[in-house]
Each structure stands twice: as structure tokens, then as C-alpha cells.
Design a protein. Structure first.
Length: 342
């Protein structure tokens, strides 16, 4: 099996050389070229035909987001963005990047090498398997038929990973204020989840925020688990659904973990819940979704044709956790249809 051909686009010579040296240590990776700005990168893409590109957001002559917007329609390829803590990363994902890593602020060479080995390298390998959509769909807020009767005792739980920021937006943007309380785990570095929640809150009808312990799970409201070292659990206090956000070990390599959330939903809400598993590498959330289904919950999985990475939904489907398999653009509509039968 031939190595993954990687193009590095980074204006810092020191960081660029660190990337080349450390990525090249992995036999599964071949760094085929480097570029310090989008113009060099464009020429390198044409001549070198890389499998994956790493891209800094802040670049000379043209920023990384504008470059992506111009690049993807002509030369679609998997891109992993390397970003400082900024909501610009979501513009990059919206422009077609597969995933991102947070650029480390540490100055220690050992810590930088650890970041490259344990974070960036993993994302590059995942990106090499991703499906790239050549044309970005225009965002349209679609009206759903709405709920028949009050569904205040119901819960919607969603889990996603690679490709999930755009997939979650595609679903949540079509939720109205009548949707039961929604809890979400999206694998994301710390600091970015608050910005992501704010972005969704600005663009959707529903109210979205990064979750904190004690937050009530209310109709028309969405809570997103904070990235970092804490898991989000659904609990019931005095008959009201709330969340607890507390430290815990990684589960399936992740914290927060979709499985942890889904398991808590299965125990706390039982048949009063609807679970949705979206695009992502690995199997996080599959066993939790199965626990939900066994507890009487209804479940939906994103289909292969619309996943950036058909990993998590596939594992869930293969073990019998998925009741309905739907294209991404149909999941919100199916959610309302299923809720109306509950």
C-alpha cells in the first residue's frame, strides 16, 4: 500500500520544517512538497497531486479560507486545517476542509513533536479516507412540518466526529423552536466548542450554547458538550432533564465521548429519547446508540453516501443500533416524523 502523499502549506519556516521532519518519520506518510503561500500551494497541487494537504489559516498574499473557496471547486482534495484558537476555522470547514487541529501554543520542541505525532498525523490519516464534496451546497433554512402536541418530555441526542461540524449544522438549522431539548457531542479541541455553539446560535432558529453542569435541557434549546477533558451526561433532577459536565477518562480515545452521552440518555430518558449518529471515524457512539435502542429509544444513522467518513454510523448500523438510515439532508425531516409518533 503506497504512503499518503502530503502537501504542507505553512508560512513559518521553523514550524514547516518541524512538520516535514516529524510527519516523514511515519512510513505511511510521504511529504511530497511544501508551500509558504496559496500561490505556491496551487502550483504544487497541480504538479504533485497530493492525497492530503495541511493548511494554515493565516497565510501571506491570500488567507487560507479564501484559498479553500477558490481551490475546492477546481481541485477538490482532503484538507486538514491548522488553526490558532479562532472561529475562522469554521469558515474553513464550511469552505470544504475535512477537519482541523488547534495549533499548539507551546514552545517546547518535544511538545510540538507530540502534537504532530498524536494529533495532526491521526487527522491526516483520517482525511485520506474522506469523501470530498466538490460543490458546497447553499445554506437554506428549511421549514419542517412541526410537532403535533407537546413533546416536552422527549430528548434528542446527537453524536458526530470528522465532518460533523457541517453535518450537525445541516440538521440543527432545520429544527424549529418546538424541537425537544437537544444534547450534542462533537469531537473538537477545547476552546472551539464555545465558538461553534455561538456560530450555530447565530445561524439557527434554536438557541445553542456550550453546556455547563446544571443547564436544563429545554425545548428549542441545544447544548453542546465542551471540548477538553470532561464528559457530558444527561440527568434528571426534580423531574427536569439537566446535564452534568464532569472530568473523566477518555472513552474510545475521546473526551467528551458520544458513548458516554448516549449511555446516560439510555439510562435517564429510555424510550423518551431519539438518538442520531452522524459522520465520523471510529466507533464512538455505536454501543451507546445500541443501549438507547435497547432502552426503547428511536435511532437514526447518517447514510454512507452523505458521510465525509462513514465510520461511526457504519459501526452503529452493523451492530443493529440504527433503526432508520437517512441521507444527511433528510435527517431533520425524519427526526420530526419519528418524534410525532412518540
Amino acid at each position: 500500500m503506497r504512503p499518503i502523499r502530503v502537501l504542507i502549506v505553512e508560512d513559518s519556516m521553523v514550524f514547516r520544517e518541524l512538520l516535514v521532519q516529524n510527519l516523514s518519520k511515519d512510513p505511511a506518510i510521504e511529504v511530497v512538497g511544501v508551500a509558504k503561500d496559496p500561490y505556491e500551494a496551487r502550483d504544487a497541487i497541480i504538479h504533485l497531486k497530493p492525497d492530503v494537504m495541511t493548511l494554515d489559516v493565516e497565510l501571506p498574499r491570500m488567507n487560507g479560507i479564501e484559498f479553500l473557496q477558490k481551490l475546492m471547486p477546481q481541485y477538490p482534495l482532503p484538507v486538514v486545517v491548522i488553526s490558532a484558537l479562532s472561529d475562522k476555522v469554521f469558515d474553513a470547514l464550511n469552505a470544504g476542509a475535512v477537519d482541523f487541529v488547534a495549533k499548539p501554543s507551546v514552545s517546547s520542541r518535544a511538545q510540538l513533536e507530540d502534537f504532530i505525532k498524536n494529533e495532526l498525523l491521526v487527522k491526516i490519516k483520517i482525511a485520506s479516507t474522506a469523501k470530498i464534496s466538490q460543490i458546497k451546497q447553499k445554506t437554506v433554512l428549511n421549514e419542517q412540518p412541526g410537532l403535533t402536541g407537546k413533546k416536552t418530555d422527549l430528548i434528542v441526542a446527537i453524536g458526530a466526529s470528522t465532518g460533523g461540524t457541517e453535518a450537525i449544522f445541516s440538521v440543527v438549522k432545520d429544527f424549529g423552536l418546538d424541537i425537544p431539548g437537544v444534547v450534542i457531542v462533537q469531537h473538537m479541541p477545547p476552546g472551539f466548542t464555545a465558538m461553534y455553539a455561538k456560530r450555530l446560535d447565530d445561524q439557527c432558529r434554536v438557541h445553542v450554547k456550550e453546556a455547563q453542569t446544571g443547564d436544563r435541557v429545554l425545548p428549542g434549546h441545544v447544548l453542546i458538550a465542551p471540548g477538553g477533558d470532561r464528559h457530558m451526561h444527561l440527568v434528571k433532577v426534580n423531574g427536569v432533564y439537566q446535564v452534568e459536565v464532569k472530568p473523566g477518562p477518555r472513552v474510545n480515545g475521546h473526551c467528551p465521548s458520544v458513548d458516554v452521552l448516549f449511555d446516560s440518555v439510555a439510562k435517564t430518558a429510555g424510550s423518551k429519547a431519539l438518538g442520531i449518529i452522524l459522520t465520523g471515524m471510529g466507533g464512538d457512539g455505536a454501543k451507546g446508540l445500541l443501549a438507547m435502542r435497547k432502552a426503547g429509544a428511536r435511532t437514526i444513522g447518517q447514510d454512507e453516501s452523505t458521510c465525509v467518513v462513514y465510520g461511526m454510523p457504519k459501526v452503529a448500523y452493523d451492530i443493529g443500533a440504527v433503526e432508520y438510515q437517512e441521507k444527511l439532508q433528510d435527517i431533520a425531516k425524519k427526526t420530526y416524523a419519528v418524534l410525532n409518533k412518540m
